[in-house]
Design a protein around this ligand. Sequence first.
Ligand SMILES: [Zn+2]
Ligand SMILES: [Zn+2]
Length: 112
Amino acid sequence: MKSTTCKGQKGQFLEEYLSQSAAIHGADEIKKQYGHDLAPYQCRACGYWHLNPVQTRRQCFLCTDSSLFQKDIYATRDEAINTADRIRKEKKIQLFPYKCPHGSGWHLSKKG
Ligand SMILES: [Zn+2]
Ligand SMILES: [Zn+2]
């Protein structure tokens, strides 16, 4: 159902959901169809639920490092290598790029 009161960043009317579970289900459907990551939030203006694009650092939900932090995703091997170079200079840690086994892109690992 489209909201008649709430608009998104591009001026389009937002999809509205009556409950959190409906919003989560809606986000799942969009993820399957378009591959977009969306996060449900309850709207203060209308009291229904909308979906927000996830715009934080891209992290892999399926891979964690040794401290159980979710791993950052790099779109390309070059991007991962550039980041590894920076970390090596800043923190004196050697990291190695490897391809995410779940197809999310590239991660960095302490093990080569
Ligand atoms: Zn709203
Ligand atoms: Zn991963």
